[in-house]
Design a protein around this ligand. Structure first.
Ligand SMILES: NC(=O)c1ccc[n+]([C@@H]2O[C@H](COP(=O)([O-])OP(=O)(O)OC[C@H]3O[C@@H](n4cnc5c(N)ncnc54)[C@H](OP(=O)(O)O)[C@@H]3O)[C@@H](O)[C@H]2O)c1
Length: 273
């Protein structure tokens, strides 16, 4: 089995590790990539193609794991060469994924979404998928992946992902904002204790992990919230709008700051005015 990745960041490198361990040949290209991505690729035993056209031609399954803003562009550039199944795993709205996959000329496409933390779960992370070629994509379950088919239409997997994003990122933003206020008043520990009384076991650890990852991934979350907003056409999604604004502002604040945070206090210190 040959799997080609377009984009090689956290998602592609994590899945590749597991796939290679299960005997899959992984392909990608260094074409146009930053130093960060080049180092990541060169550190792993990945087959490096001259360009993405070559990746697409050689692979049985192609996974687009770029950044949300580039999902359509890459599909447009390489879609005409694809003989394989093309899977879009980017966090994009159903409308964006439909547009991206419309450029795949052989129509062998699947919409896919990662549910949960890929960092924590590695190749076992739950991936939901929908579309005509979802069944072929799910064959990667034979190589260690955890793919669940949820429908036959492109857009169904992304819809669920966007709804989940709206909920989880909204909660993270609210938690960040309230804990930051408590921190400024030297009441953060007491505030967490108050919440722990009524929240589920393990709340403190997961709350702190949410805060730190909100800081680390603020820019990506701001982009993903734009996709959520595009999808939320029912009613007036003002909480999602506020969440998008929150992550945009946080991302600007953290723009030139080293994003290594020892704990949430260290992150709050770095963004304090
Ligand atoms: N990480 C997660 O936990 C997670 C969970 C669910 C969904 N996702 C989605 O999965 C996708 C990938 O996420 P990630 O965390 O792996 O992102 P990432 O670490 O930021 O990596 C993105 C990769 O895409 C490359 N890229 C950007 N533009 C490209 C282009 N035009 N052509 C080819 N490659 C391009 C980047 O290369 P450069 O370094 O050269 O820019 C980088 O290698 C995103 O759409 C994200 O929303 C991520």
């Amino acid at each position: 089995m040959k799997v080609g990745f377009i984009g090689f960041g956290e998602v592609a490198s994590t899945l590749s590790k597991g796939l290679i361990g299960n005997g899959v040949e992984v392909y990608t290209s260094l074409e146009g990539r930053s130093i960060k991505t080049r180092i990541l690729i060169e550190e792993m035993s990945i087959n490096i193609c001259k360009n993405y056209k070559e990746v697409v031609i050689i692979s049985d399954i192609i996974i687009s794991a770029v950044v949300p803003a580039k999902a359509v562009e890459v599909a447009r550039e390489i879609g005409k060469y694809s003989k394989a199944v093309y899977v879009d795993i980017n966090n994009v709205s159903p409308k964006t994924v439909k547009k991206a996959l419309s450029y795949i000329k052989n129509h062998k496409t699947a919409d896919a979404a990662i549910i949960g933390s890929i960092k924590k779960n590695g190749i076992n992370v739950q991936i939901i998928t929908s579309g005509k070629s979802a069944t072929q994509f799910a064959k990667l379950n034979n190589y260690g992946m955890n793919i669940k088919i949820i429908g036959s239409e492109i857009g169904q997997a992304s819809t669920l992902k966007m709804l989940r994003s709206s909920y989880t990122k909204g909660v993270s933003a609210l938690l960040f904002e309230s804990l930051y206020t408590a921190y400024k008043m030297d009441l953060d520990n007491e505030f967490l204790k108050c919440l722990e009384l009524t929240e589920c076991p393990g709340f403190r650890e997961s709350a702190i992990s949410r805060i730190i990852s909100s800081g680390f991934h603020a820019d990506r979350r701001a982009q993903e919230m734009e996709e959520v907003l595009e999808m939320m056409s029912y009613g007036n999604p003002f909480i999602s709008r506020a969440t998008a604004e929150f992550f945009k502002t946080l991302s600007k604040k953290l723009d030139k700051i080293d994003k290594k945070f020892e704990d949430y206090k260290n992150l709050f210190e770095k963004i304090s005015d």
